[in-house]
Design a protein around this ligand. Sequence first.
Ligand code: 5GP
Length: 122
Amino acid sequence: MAYDESNIFARILRGEIPCDKVYEDDHALAFKDINPQTPTHILVVPKGPYASFDDFSAQASEAEIAGFVRAAGKIARELGVVAPGYRILANTGPDAHQEVMHFHLHLFAGKDLGRMIKPPEK
Ligand code: 5GP
């Protein structure tokens, strides 16, 4: 999938639109989700132009991948959510309802997050 430079997270990375930043380093920017699903809901995005987890995992350099994963772990520690627990999720493609085509991790915390996937309706 071609990367579209006009996606909303690319615009945030370029500073064209604001975000509520919680962390930044050479490989990652993290900010609060505009429509939080849990008391803590952070988006962690790599700085490079990767459309999805599929794209990032296949195309990013070892340094970008390591730096990004290290940043995500550090953000969770800095937020103080390691002991109570947290969930990281990356929606990828239509079945997962990925809306923004710049790879991002959702970091959810701040309450009991329940089961990982909603059970099927009976
Ligand atoms: P996806 O469905 O692509 O995994 O999730 C995209 C997320 O981006 C959603 O949770 C949505 O609330 C969030 N989002 C969309 N636009 C903005 C924005 O302009 N600023 C922030 N902070 N979050 C956004």
